[in-house]
Write a protein that binds this ligand. Structure first.
Ligand code: 13P
Length: 287
C-alpha cells in the first residue's frame, strides 16, 4: 500500500539519513526501483514529473501500475508515489488519482501567490491523507544550452512557507537539475544552515541529486536534508548499458531483439545506481 512520505522523512531527520526520490518513466524503471528498495530494506519515494505522467498515459495509469506492482511483487517497504514539480492543477489531479504525495512547485510565483496556492493545497492534501512538498528558490538547470545557476532560497521565505503546514520543503541552495557544469560553485551550506535554524525539524529536500559529490551529500544530510531527488543519473546508467548492449551487437544475436532482453541491461543498471544511492544516503535497512 502506498504511504504518504511524511513519516518516513521525519524518521530520516531523527536518524540522520535521507530517503531517495527516484523518478520513474515506465514499467522497467518502476520495477527496478521498487525491487531495489525491497532488497535493501529501504523506504523509497517514486517521483513522477508532469511530463512523465503524461508519457505513462496519465496519473491514473501510473497509480494502477504502481499499486499492482506493490501487491504482485510483494513490496513491503514504505513506498510513496509523489508528483515532482507539480503545478497547482497537476497536484489536484494527482490527489484525485490516488498519489500518496505531491510537490507543489510555486517557486516561480511571487511569494504571496506561492503562499496562497500552497495554503489551499496543504488543506486539500491533508484532508485526503496526502503529504505535500513545497519549494522556495527555483532549482536551476540546463535548458536550451543555457546553464542557469540554482537560486539560493531566502531562509525567511522558507520559514513563511514551512509555517503553512507543508510536510517537507525544497530550498534552493545552488543545486540544479541535470549534470553540473565544470564551474559549478557547489552547495551553499550557510543558506542551508540558516534555513534549518528557522524551520527546526521539518524535513528538507535536495533536488538535483545527480552528480553532487559524496562529501556534499553527507554535509547536506547532517544539516537536515532528509529527501534527495535523483533522476538524470538513472537515465544515464540506463542509456550507457543499453548503448553497450547494442554496440556489442547483442540485439542481433538470437532473440536479442526481444524487448525483455533489450531492456534488461538498462534495468540492471538502474538497480545498481539506486542501490549505490541508498547506501550513500544511509537509508538501507531503515524501512
Ligand atoms: P537530477 O535529474 O539532477 O538528478 O534531479 C532530479 C530532481 O531533482 C527531480 O526533482
Amino acid at each position: 500500500m502506498l504511504v504518504p512520505a511524511t513519516e518516513m522523512l521525519q524518521k530520516a531527520v531523527r536518524g540522520h539519513y535521507a530517503v531517495g526520490q527516484f523518478n520513474i518513466n515506465n514499467l522497467e524503471w518502476t520495477k527496478a526501483i521498487l525491487l531495489t528498495a525491497q532488497e535493501n530494506n529501504s523506504p523509497v519515494i517514486l517521483g513522477v514529473s508532469e511530463g512523465a505522467g503524461k508519457y505513462m498515459a496519465g496519473y491514473k495509469t501510473v497509480v494502477g501500475m504502481v499499486n499492482g506492482m506493490l501487491e504482485e511483487q510483494k513490496i513491503t517497504v514504505p513506498v510513496a508515489l509523489h508528483l515532482d514539480h507539480g503545478s497547482y492543477e497537476g497536484a489536484i489531479k494527482c490527489v484525485e488519482a490516488g498519489f500518496s504525495s505531491v510537490m507543489f512547485d510555486g517557486s516561480h510565483y511571487p511569494i504571496d501567490e506561492n503562499v496562497a496556492k500552497t495554503t489551499e493545497l496543504v488543506k486539500l492534501c491533508h484532508e485526503k491523507g496526502v503529504s505535500i512538498e513545497a519549494e522556495v528558490g527555483s532549482i536551476g538547470g540546463e535548458e536550451d544550452g543555457v546553464v542557469g545557476a540554482g537560486e539560493i532560497a531566502d531562509p525567511n521565505e522558507c520559514k513563511a512557507i514551512a509555517d503553512l503546514g507543508v510536510d517537507f520543503l525544497a530550498a534552493g541552495i545552488g543545486n540544479i537539475h541535470g549534470k553540473y557544469p565544470e564551474n559549478w560553485k557547489g552547495l551553499d551550506f550557510d543558506a542551508l544552515a540558516k534555513t534549518k535554524e528557522l524551520i527546526g525539524d521539518l524535513p528538507l529536500v535536495l533536488h538535483g541529486g545527480t552528480g553532487i559529490p559524496e562529501n556534499m551529500i553527507k554535509t547536506a544530510i547532517s544539516l537536515g536534508v532528509a529527501k534527495i531527488n535523483v533522476n538524470t543519473e538513472c537515465q544515464l546508467s540506463f542509456q550507457e548499458a543499453t548503448r553497450k548492449y547494442i554496440e556489442e551487437g547483442k540485439d542481433r544475436q538470437g532473440k536479442g531483439y526481444d524487448p525483455r532482453k533489450l531492456l534488461a541491461p538498462g534495468f540492471e543498471a538502474i538497480k545498481a545506481t539506486v542501490k549505490e544511492k541508498m547506501e550513500l544516503f544511509g537509508s538501507v535497512n531503515k524501512a
